[in-house]
Design a protein. Structure first.
Length: 414
């Protein structure tokens, strides 16, 4: 039998309705902050991610689905949303819109990862990007909005961790000290870390190899080398979050896996599994890196698969939409009437099922029960002759008489 590729998932109807419920709730949160949806291509020129995410990241070095298309261009399936959104922001002149520009997305992402719990090769992210504010108030709004996603989904046991990884100004000094620390043992680090030593030593702190992790213990932390501006920014973020009664921990070991981050970074962690369910931060240099005017920005993305695991765990009784009405009909004239009525009701957003298999009366009754139809309408010869039928509430057994036309039926279904 044909099988799906490793690290991908089929989302079946018994689960997809739960995704829809969660997505709808999250959309409302994002819209309440006046974020607007953006959709960008599944694939971009590879350069977008090389320059955006960074040459020395795991994502770019190890995890991208990159191929040459038939025109010989190097193409990459998006491993994350931010780089493509910023590319689209610039290409479409969105900088001239009223600032800040606030965008959200819900898109599939592709990373060639070691498949394990919470780590897929095709996964989905719902993300938000706020482009054009350098204020700590933007950081706070973004974190509050992320927090509200967990609130609206009724998900407890989630820990917010934050850090500041500074700006290019303070990073120079820090990288020097870090290199001194790592340099002492550089021969014992993995080959990838060795290649990162000169180009981007901070990335070594993000290495997942056990021996590198051990060697990194006690490394100097960026947070201790922040310039005055970054320090003040971080203090304001923290004090305002406290004012808003948001619980958080400062975790100076958060470096994030993507190179574009500056200043505030944060992660929401599932306390049970230890997995990061949502991650984000500032990326004040990315718009300029892509050729735009210097434009500060901040955003986040949540991994929908990881989020859904928690949503389902803490909301076990999610209800699926069920048909409002089953129209049972037998015979050609009756079937035509069933078509006419069901079509009119469906336009009015009533969920209607009717026979499309030419089943017997009993088989149709069985089916109507199986799909949990709320109401039943039988159209037989008598109903056609009298133009009157009965709607039966399948739960209570109560029957109401109706005229055999869509408006009367609609009225009775309310
Ligand atoms: P990220 O931390 O790479 O950040 O990914 C965000 C979230 O996507 C993670 O916290 C995790 O929940 C989920 N995720 C990542 N990789 C996988 C995977 N292989 N399988 C399942 N879930 C995964 C970003 O992608 C940034 N673009 C977020 C951002 C937006 N920063 C600023 N704006």
């Amino acid at each position: 039998m044909l099988q799906k590729p490793k690290g991908t998932k089929d989302l079946l109807p018994q689960e997809s309705y739960k995704w829809q419920l969660a997505e709808e709730k999250i959309k409302k949160v994002l819209e309440s902050y006046n974020f607007k949806e953006i959709r960008v291509p599944v694939f971009e020129h590879t350069e977008v991610f090389q320059r955006g995410v960074g040459e020395t990241t795991d994502v770019v070095q190890k995890e991208m689905y990159t191929f040459d298309d038939k025109g010989g261009r190097s193409i990459t399936l998006r491993p994350e949303g931010t780089a493509g959104v910023v590319r689209a922001y610039l290409e479409n002149g969105m900088g001239s819109m009223s600032t800040p520009v606030k965008l959200w997305y819900n898109m599939g992402m592709y990373r060639y990862e070691n498949v394990q719990k919470g780590r897929l090769r095709e996964f989905h992210q719902i993300g938000a990007e706020l482009i054009g504010s350098e204020s700590y108030l933007a950081d706070v709004d973004i974190i509050l909005m992320a927090n509200n996603i967990f609130k609206t989904l009724n998900i407890p046991n989630i820990k917010l961790t934050i850090n500041s990884i500074g700006c290019p100004k303070c990073r120079g000094k820090y990288q020097k000290v870090l290199k001194e620390f790592i340099g002492k043992n550089i021969d014992s680090y993995c080959d990838t870390c060795k290649t990162r030593f000169e180009k981007n030593p901070m990335r070594i702190l993000d290495c997942k190899e056990k021996k590198c992790k051990e060697l990194n213990v006690g490394a100097p932390m960026m947070i201790d080398y922040l310039c005055d501006e970054c320090k003040e920014h971080f203090e304001k973020v923290k004090s305002t979050l406290k004012l808003c009664n948001i619980n958080f921990e400062v975790d100076s070991s958060i470096v994030r896996g993507l190179d574009y981050y500056t200043k505030t970074v944060f992660e929401f962690i599932d306390e049970k599994s230890g997995l990061t369910v949502l991650g984000g931060g500032r990326y004040d240099g990315l718009v300029e890196e892509f050729g735009g005017k210097p434009t500060p920005a901040i955003g986040f993305a949540t991994g929908v698969e990881r989020l859904m695991e928690m949503y389902e765990e803490y909301n076990p009784n999610l209800e699926e939409k069920i048909p409002d009405l089953y129209i049972l009909s037998l015979g050609e004239v009756q079937n035509k009437k069933a078509i006419e009525i069901s079509e009119a009701l469906r336009i009015s957003e009533v969920i209607v099922e009717k026979d499309i298999c030419e089943r017997s009366f009993n088989a149709q009754m069985k089916y109507a029960n199986k799909i949990n139809a709320k109401n039943l309408l039988v159209i037989g010869e008598t109903e056609i002759q009298t133009d009157i039928a009965k709607i039966k509430n399948m739960k209570t057994g109560e029957e109401k008489e109706v005229k055999l036309n869509p408006n009367s039926i609609l009225e009775k279904l309310k």
